[in-house]
Design a protein around this ligand. Structure first.
Ligand code: GRG
Length: 301
């Protein structure tokens, strides 16, 4: 497969459509009580976003010979956690943003209390899916491992911990390695979990294949965040669908701010090459994952 070509683009849009439908079917209907909360949950999850984490699950599934259907509920679970994190991140107590995915943030479209509750409700819904969604493998050991991977990646040793480090770092000077360690938790943990959750659906996967996927996910996760920093420094609000220049305004230590945009781009390119090297043992079977890494490197939002 040409990993940057039409074949990959078609596969990507079919995955993005698939996850949209899968999420819509699993979110509570807006007609159910409490209607306002359910409407706000659907508003925050549906109709926007690149769906990077579900796409990584689907691409890993393809690489390992699984169907998309076998990982669909896990892909929904990761996206629900991601969506909750964006809603909370946008709150006045954190980034105080007005725009997300090209539309008003949840607390602007609804209100702050509802936005807090949206996060509170999306998070357990993710774990409920992992525990009982009929589309997942029925093996309870697999489900338990999925719950463990997502819980660890979301908590204080993963995304929430990374966010805490980021908040504490505002206005302070961090070294490049400290910034990378923060990114590893804040963004990298959920990216890594997306790949490893698909791998967990293949209980007999050899350790060497697991290690290769872990190495791929580590490189892609960091490259993804560095790209985000570069886009914040160089992108525009219409393309990004959110405020730009926030990192500098908020005196946030980012890779692009610390090392400059040129060095950040070089680091991204090296990480992209590392990601490809990690996939070598899978041969052409890993083309979907190569495609994801190329897509993320080239993305404009
Ligand atoms: C509130 C516990 C808690 C955590 C928040 C994800 C996060 C942690 C904060 C969001 C702010 C931010 C810019 C984080 C860096 C990670 C990142 C690039 C998030 C945006 O992810 P995309 O680009 O967004 O996948 P879409 O909208 O495409 O889903």
């Amino acid at each position: 497969m040409d990993v940057c070509g039409e074949g990959f683009k078609l596969m990507l849009s079919s995955w993005q459509e698939r996850i949209e439908q899968a999420l819509a079917a699993r979110l509570p209907s807006p007609g159910e009580v409490p209607e306002r909360l359910h409407a706000a949950m659907r508003y925050s999850v549906l109709g926007g976003g690149k769906r990077v984490r579900p796409v990584l699950l689907f691409a890993t599934a393809r690489t390992l010979g699984l169907s998309e259907g076998e990982v669909e509920a896990a892909a929904c679970a990761v996206e629900l956690i991601h969506a909750y994190s964006l809603v909370h991140d946008d709150l006045p107590a954190m980034d105080n943003d007005d725009l997300r995915r090209g539309k008003p943030t949840c607390h602007r479209a609804f209100d702050e209390a509802t936005a807090v509750l949206v996060g509170d409700a999306l998070q357990p819904l993710a774990f409920e899916l992992l525990s009982r969604d009929p589309a997942l493998p029925s093996d309870s050991a697999v489900r338990l491992r999925l719950i463990e991977l997502l819980a660890h990646a979301s908590g204080s040793f993963g995304m929430a911990g990374g966010q805490a480090i980021d908040l504490a770092a505002k206005g302070r000077r961090l070294s490049v390695s400290e910034v990378e360690a923060m990114h590893e938790r804040k963004t990298g943990a959920l990216i890594r979990a997306s790949v490893l959750m698909a791998a967990a659906c293949v209980p007999q996967l050899p350790q060497s294949a697991h290690a290769s996927l872990e190495s791929y996910a580590g490189a892609v996760g960091l490259a993804f965040q560095i790209k985000d920093d570069v886009l914040d420094a160089t992108g525009d609000v219409a393309t990004l669908g959110k405020a730009v220049g926030a990192d500098v305004r908020q005196a946030r230590p980012t890779y692009a701010v610390l090392s400059g945009v040129g060095a950040a781009r070089e680091r991204m390119q090296r990480l992209h090459e590392q990601a490809h090297e990690a996939l070598a043992p899978f041969g052409a079977a890993a083309d979907p994952l190569r495609g994801v890494s190329a897509w993320l490197l080239a993305r404009r939002n």
